[in-house]
Design a protein around this ligand. Structure first.
Ligand code: BV8
Length: 235
């Protein structure tokens, strides 16, 4: 692996595979989340309107599981890299909603699909969000209006969060590292194309490489591959 230059900026996009080593199921692997659920029935605004109780139960179950899980060596390695080089040189963008990169100590994580830890007003995401642990109280309403509280998570058909920050970081990327994502869901899946366009060196860390035209592929679990990669980069 070529060394990092002193001014190199590393952009890391992570997906569910990063957390698999922590005991959190992915979406599309065998036994994954979408095996038991049709995403269109639990992860869209229409699903919320049709059956809010089903959607709440789906996210309550995931929140309870995530709260029993801990960061794995892959999360720890990414946190160590950002602690050592700083958020200006290491951008950690995640599709995951489990919060494990922050729990691992990463100073700044961009959660483009939101977080299981927060609820938001179903009518206006500008109303104050509410922290939640365990199962949410279905009777609790928004503090600003009579609206129900829903998971502060980006569903299919909704616009991902922090896209301006993500695009600004991507413009500066010398390295683009894709970790544990199937590269199926857009706009996240399209970010590597932009990185390639601006000349960043692209690396994929995935035991089942997606064939997405990366310069380098590390076909291994991220909990094994990332500590070695970060050790090499931090010397
Ligand atoms: C948008 C939060 C417009 C919820 C998620 C029709 C109508 C509307 C939109 C669309 C449409 N058709 C297509 C679209 C676009 C749609 C889309 O891309 N659909 C796909 C299915 C084709 N996208 C959207 O709707 C997005 N919004 O388009 O708005 C817009 C956008 C920009 C600007 C203006 C307008 C919103 C998408 C967000 C949906 N929310 N998550 C929740 O978590 O419940 S998606 C969810 O799946 C994840 O967040 C992630 O983003 C996505 C992919 O999952 P992965 O993380 O990649 O996980 P997966 O299981 O797929 O893969 C795991 C990988 O790990 C595998 O490769 C495996 O090999 C690997 N692995 C396994 N073990 C390990 C490992 N890797 C490393 N180590 C290991 N140990």
């Amino acid at each position: 692996m070529p060394p990092l230059a002193p001014t190199d900026h590393v952009f890391v996009l992570s997906g569910a595979g990063l957390s698999k080593g922590s005991g959190i199921p992915t979406f599309r692997d065998a036994g994954g989340l979408w095996e038991g659920h049709d995403p269109m029935e639990v992860a869209t605004p229409e699903a919320w309107q049709a059956d809010a109780d089903l959607v709440r139960r789906f996210y309550d179950a995931r929140r309870l599981n995530v709260e029993r899980c801990a960061p794995n060596p892959g999360h720890d390695a990414l946190a160590r890299l950002q602690q050592a080089l700083g958020p200006d040189r290491v951008s950690l963008v995640t599709q995951n909603i489990d919060g494990l990169l922050s729990i691992a100590g990463a100073p700044e994580v961009i959660e483009m699909h939101g977080s299981l830890r927060w609820l938001r007003c179903e009518h206006d995401e500008g109303h104050p969000h509410v922290l939640v642990r365990g199962t949410q109280d279905p009777e609790r309403r928004c503090g600003e209006c009579p609206g129900r509280l829903r998971p502060a998570i980006v569903w299919f058909g909704e616009i991902p969060l922090h896209m301006d920050r993500i695009e600004a970081a991507l413009q500066r990327a010398d390295w683009f590292v894709s970790v544990g994502t199937s590269g199926i869901v857009y706009p996240a899946a399209g970010l590597v194309r932009f990185a390639r366009h601006i000349g960043a060196r692209t690396i994929e860390v995935n035991p089942e490489p997606t064939g997405g035209g990366f310069d380098q592929v590390i076909a291994a679990p991220s909990e094994d591959a990332l500590p070695a990669l970060v050790d090499e980069w931090l010397g």
